[in-house]
Design a protein. Structure first.
Lengths: 112, 113
């Protein structure tokens, strides 16, 4: 069975500051890990995914995430926040790309 | 090209009624997923199709929920004897195959009065 926790339902950062959104997972098999973003009134969009290749994964819009097996973490980072990054971010885990389990989400606010 | 489409975009029904929600995946995508998203929560997995068959239906909450994909493309999620707790946004996603990027539709907002 898989599960996902996202620490912090709401994160606020200043424009230009580092973005760090936390994700911890549990999985009984080697996981596939994903970050999705949901902008207001839009559908979910894939930011990046980890499927057992390089542990540092680069995604769209300057985001990246690092898979740390020892910490069962897959935190999402971006060096410099932009106003357009304000959205809801979801971490998800999957076994063999089938049953997907999503976390509860973290709402990112970017302050001018 | 066209993305995943879902119809209707909004559905209001009365408790006890039957509803059908439709998903048109991206052409050629063999994998199709249904999720349910309640306000302030992440998507909750319902069922996964690979081709015409339901490869994993472990997320369906009870036997009032059923989904089909008879020709391996369009899928219909069917809910019998709707309850107020079924109110949510129902999301459909498709991908070229399992483990590939999922492309999500805009969702159907179901309200059960």
């Amino acid at each position: 069975a898989q599960s996902v926790t996202q620490l912090g339902s709401h994160v606020s950062v200043s424009e230009g500051a580092l973005v760090l959104l936390r994700c911890n997972y549990s999985s009984s098999v080697p996981p596939y890990l994903f970050w999705y973003v949901q902008y207001p009134n839009q559908g979910l969009q894939l930011l990046l995914k980890y499927t057992s290749a390089a542990t540092l994964v680069k995604g769209i819009n300057g985001f990246e995430a690092e898979f740390k097996k020892s910490e069962t973490s897959f935190h999402l980072t971006k060096p410099s926040a932009h106003m357009s990054d304000a959205a809801e971010y979801f971490c998800a885990v999957s076994a063999y790309g089938q049953n997907f389990v999503f976390g509860p989400g973290t709402r990112l606010s970017v302050l001018p | 090209g066209a993305g995943v489409s879902q119809t209707p975009s909004n559905k209001v029904t009365e408790k006890g009624k039957y509803v059908e929600l439709r998903c048109d995946p991206i052409s050629g995508h063999t994998a199709l997923y249904w999720y349910r998203q309640s306000l302030g929560q992440g998507p909750e997995f319902l069922i996964y199709f690979q081709g015409t068959g339901a490869a994993d239906d472990s997320g369906l909450p009870n036997d009032r929920f059923f989904a089909v994909r008879p020709e391996g493309s369009v899928s219909t999620l069917k809910i019998q004897r709707t309850e107020r707790g079924d109110s949510a946004v129902y999301l459909c996603a498709s991908s070229p195959g399992p483990g590939d990027e999922q492309f999500f539709g805009p969702g159907t907002r179901l309200t059960v009065l």
